[in-house]
Design a protein. Structure first.
Ligand SMILES: C[S@@+](CC[C@H](N)C(=O)[O-])C[C@H]1O[C@@H](n2cnc3c(N)ncnc32)[C@H](O)[C@@H]1O
Length: 216
């Protein structure tokens, strides 16, 4: 045994094996209590990759971000739930919620696709996403607004602190890598307010990350 190989007992360790050919593979060993603390980062998907959802009827491919967040969360928007969609136009995120039978309050400066605007399950308000407050707690905040990352981070923290929603999916969009450290505030302040908090660059994300989860 070389100096850098640490002995372990299988009972107190997490052992993972990935075979990349019949003869070779990778073995990963974590000593307890790391397996418990880090279990959230172990993906049930092969190589952590979730294929982009396909739906040609959606207004744009942006709907794939909601589907992927729901899959990762293990929870989805359900019939009868209330959803606030901030920065909703042209309507792909609202499209998913309406299709599931939820009631959607869609906020944007521009209207959504015509069929969504006519949906009895959707009410549209021309408003500033950063000023909108729901009259009561909603089941979901979904937010894909184009804004500076600090504004989206502040918006999410405000909604969490004021417990305005039960579950959330919020995109944080970046112009450059120098903005990534802004996420540290979210990593510090959001988890204590949440029963489940994830911050991930989705397979369906470009230069953006998605914060999603459920409040306490
Ligand atoms: C990336 S698009 C949203 C796409 C949408 N999630 C979908 O699936 O179709 C961003 C939207 O944010 C809206 N937006 C940007 N700033 C806003 C603000 N302050 N208030 C409301 N909407 C805003 C834009 O008008 C734009 O429609």
């Amino acid at each position: 045994m070389s100096d850098d190989i640490v002995p372990f007992t299988p009972q107190s360790s997490l052992v993972q094996c990935f075979l990349n050919s019949p003869e070779t593979g990778w073995l990963s060993v974590s000593i307890a209590p790391q397996p418990f603390e880090l279990r959230g980062i172990i993906s049930p998907y092969v190589r952590g990759f979730i294929p982009w959802a396909e739906d040609k009827s959606a207004p744009s491919r942006a709907f794939a971000k909601v589907i992927e967040s729901e899959l990762r969360l293990g929870r989805q928007i359900e019939a009868g739930q209330t959803v606030v969609d901030l920065g909703a136009s042209p309507g792909s995120w609202s499209y998913v919620a309406v299709k599931r039978g939820a009631h959607v309050i869609a906020i944007d400066r521009s209207e959504l696709r015509e069929d969504l605007m006519r949906s009895p399950r959707l009410s549209f308000e021309t408003a500033d996403a950063f000023k909108y407050k729901p009259p009561q707690t909603v089941d979901w905040l979904i937010c894909d607004v184009i804004a500076a990352p600090q504004r989206s981070i502040d918006l999410l923290l405000e909604w969490l602190r004021e417990r305005r929603m039960r579950h959330f999916i919020v995109t944080i969009k970046f112009k450059g890598a120098d903005e990534y450290p802004l996420l540290e505030q979210l990593k510090q302040h959001a988890p204590p307010l949440c029963a489940d908090f994830r911050l991930t660059r989705l397979c369906a994300n470009k230069n953006e990350v998605c914060a999603f989860g459920s409040i306490l």
